[in-house]
Ligand binder design. Structure first.
Ligand SMILES: CC(C)(COP(=O)(O)OP(=O)(O)OC[C@H]1O[C@@H](n2cnc3c(N)ncnc32)[C@H](O)[C@@H]1OP(=O)(O)O)[C@@H](O)C(=O)NCCC(=O)NCCS
Length: 151
């Protein structure tokens, strides 16, 4: 198992996982435009040379957003999503991120369990945010370990 930064050669495999994972998938152009972006972290996870998952995170100052995370259906349930999430949080921490945000479909139980285990808490809801099927997004936030909360 290895995690490395995505390259243009990964886009076919990333797109195949994206299309197998979401009813409203991102386009190839969306992924391509993020490659190498200064505020973008786009890791891919390989198992025995096979691209099994990826994440897209955006970092700006002390805020981060996990914009995408997916594991190929055949590789789910083996902790790979967790490895990618751990990696994104660790890299964000090194880059000074203190608060990480994400949106998740309300019905996405597997992802919500994963995020809850990593300290994400629900802070809001975007009504009818997703299409196909129409569904609310939950807005989740994770505070960095070193954030001082008001007394
Ligand atoms: C969410 C996702 C990335 C998790 O990846 P993964 O490699 O399966 O994750 P892990 O193996 O680390 O498991 C994470 C949790 O999901 C659960 N899970 C994994 N596959 C599951 C499945 N098919 N059905 C139900 N739960 C499942 C695991 O049991 C685990 O929860 P638990 O430890 O509390 O039981 C993956 O399911 C996926 O790609 N889903 C489609 C895309 C998506 O929804 N991305 C998130 C958008 S916000």
């Amino acid at each position: 198992m290895a995690i490395r930064v995505a390259t243009p050669a990964d886009l076919d495999a990333v797109l195949a996982i994206e299309q197998a994972s979401f009813s409203d998938p991102w386009t190839r152009g969306s992924f391509r435009s993020l490659l190498g972006g200064p505020h973008v972290y786009f890791p891919v996870l390989e198992v025995e040379g096979v691209l099994a998952g990826y994440a897209i995170a955006l970092f700006a100052a002390d805020e981060g957003e996990l914009a995408n995370l997916a594991v190929a259906p055949a590789w789910r349930g083996r902790g790979l999503g967790e490895r990618l999430l751990d990696d994104v949080l660790a890299v964000g921490g090194v880059r000074g991120v203190r608060t990480t945000w994400l949106e998740v479909r309300e019905s996405n139980a597997a992802a919500r369990r994963l995020y809850a285990r990593h300290g994400f808490v629900e802070t809001g809801r975007r009504r009818r945010y997703y299409d196909d099927p129409v569904e609310d997004a939950l807005v989740l936030r994770r505070l960095g370990q070193d954030v001082q909360r008001p007394a």
